[in-house]
Design a protein around this ligand. Structure first.
Ligand code: UFG
Length: 344
């Protein structure tokens, strides 16, 4: 039996990936310490796939607890490692917490994978490793240089990529796939799982949907004086369900022995950049909700524009993020309505 250990599987991208894995027939064990997620997400997963994934409440930095997981589930054949702290601003205020949590959890996992002879790892990385790519590198492909990270959070992604490279060099049996995500948004079409931001959302989409739902007075658009067609920042927004499917492709590629390098790296994006104001306008169009917003100053540390060249993932991984943005925005709105019990 093929069982995948999914760390952080109760979180936003993790829960969508668990659904896709289970729908493809995989057994899953989730390890999550619920530090930024809610146990009720397991009910949502069960409602979608009619099976409940195994769940262990543990911290991935806890060697003894994680050793127990590998002992209790000897059929684990691969690990998808999502569990990490991910708030950019918080990482600036609490760098040690970020360095400890994000690096120690990976180190612990890699050590246990070696000890238990589990060979396949998928790691959640981020386009943040590219910083602001130079104009000749846009759209950005995997060969673009990594730039000095702008936050401790971003630095943990770079350090973790390096740790994986070094461990792969030392341990011939390790096979890893590093997935560099662009901006994941949206929710499962069932509206039974989605993003559950804690407090005031930092990210654009949850702020947009909460504003439309009346929880926030208005969206603040951070800057309209960038060197872009409408002056607002450009990102590559990728549907979280498309992103989740890429993880299944990545694990299958390794399990079936198709991976050509010991560590493969893929950019996961749509290949299309959208501005903040385009997102606002499209959201209003597809949902019929008006979205009050005001232009304010730039947010410190924001990249002006970045979007992916997903050619390698399209051809090598045979994966494509092709859900239309209108459907994606609608899924985010349906999820917000489900959360707030909004009827129409
Ligand atoms: N934005 C607003 N108003 C808001 C929130 C966001 O205008 O209330 C804008 C931002 O300025 C940016 C765009 O919306 O132009 C997207 O912002 P997000 O915070 O949603 O996403 P980021 O691109 O800033 O952050 C993402 C990931 C991080 C990662 C970072 C690296 O969420 O994990 O990319 O650039 F570190």
């Amino acid at each position: 039996m093929n069982r995948i250990l999914v760390t952080g599987g109760v979180g936003y991208i993790g829960s969508h990936t668990v659904v896709e894995l289970m729908e493809q027939g995989y057994e899953v064990v989730i390890v999550d310490n619920l530090s930024n997620s809610n146990i009720s997400v397991l009910d949502g997963i069960e409602a979608i796939v009619s099976r409940r994934p195994d769940f262990v409440n543990a911290d991935c930095c806890d060697y003894v607890a994680m050793d127990n997981v590998f002992r209790s589930f000897p059929d684990i054949c691969g690990v998808i490692h999502f569990a990490a702290s991910k708030a950019v601003g918080e990482s600036v205020e609490q760098p040690l917490r970020y360095y400890r949590n994000n690096t120690l959890s990976l180190i612990t996992l890699l050590q246990l994978m070696q000890e238990h002879d589990v060979r396949h790892l998928v790691f959640s990385s981020s386009c943040t490793v590219y910083g602001q790519p130079d104009a000749e590198h846009l759209p950005v492909d995997e060969s673009a240089p990594r730039k000095k990270a702008l936050s401790p959070y971003g630095n943990t992604k770079q350090i973790n990529e390096d740790i994986i490279m070094d461990q792969a060099h030392a341990c011939a049996s390790l096979q890893a796939t590093i997935l560099r995500y662009f901006n994941p948004i949206g929710a499962h079409p069932s509206a039974l799982i989605g993003e559950l931001p804690n407090g005031v959302p930092n990210n654009l989409l949850p702020f947009v949907t909460q504003t439309a739902a009346g929880l926030r007075k208005e969206l603040r658009v951070f800057g309209d004086d960038y060197n872009t067609p409408d002056g607002s920042c450009i990102r590559d927004y990728i549907y979280v369900v498309d992103l989740a499917k890429a993880h299944v492709k990545a694990i299958e590629r390794m399990l079936s022995g198709k991976a050509e390098e010991q560590v493969e790296i893929f950019n996961l994006g749509t290949g299309r950049g959208l501005s903040v104001l385009e997102i606002v306008r499209t959201f209003e169009e597809v949902t019929g909700q008006s979205l009050p917003y005001t232009i304010v100053g730039r947010r410190e540390g924001d990249i002006e524009q970045v979007w992916a060249d997903p050619h390698k993932a399209n051809t090598v991984l045979e994966w494509r993020a092709d859900t239309p943005i209108r459907d994606v925005l609608l899924s985010a709105w349906r999820w917000e309505k489900h959360l707030r019990n909004i009827k129409e």
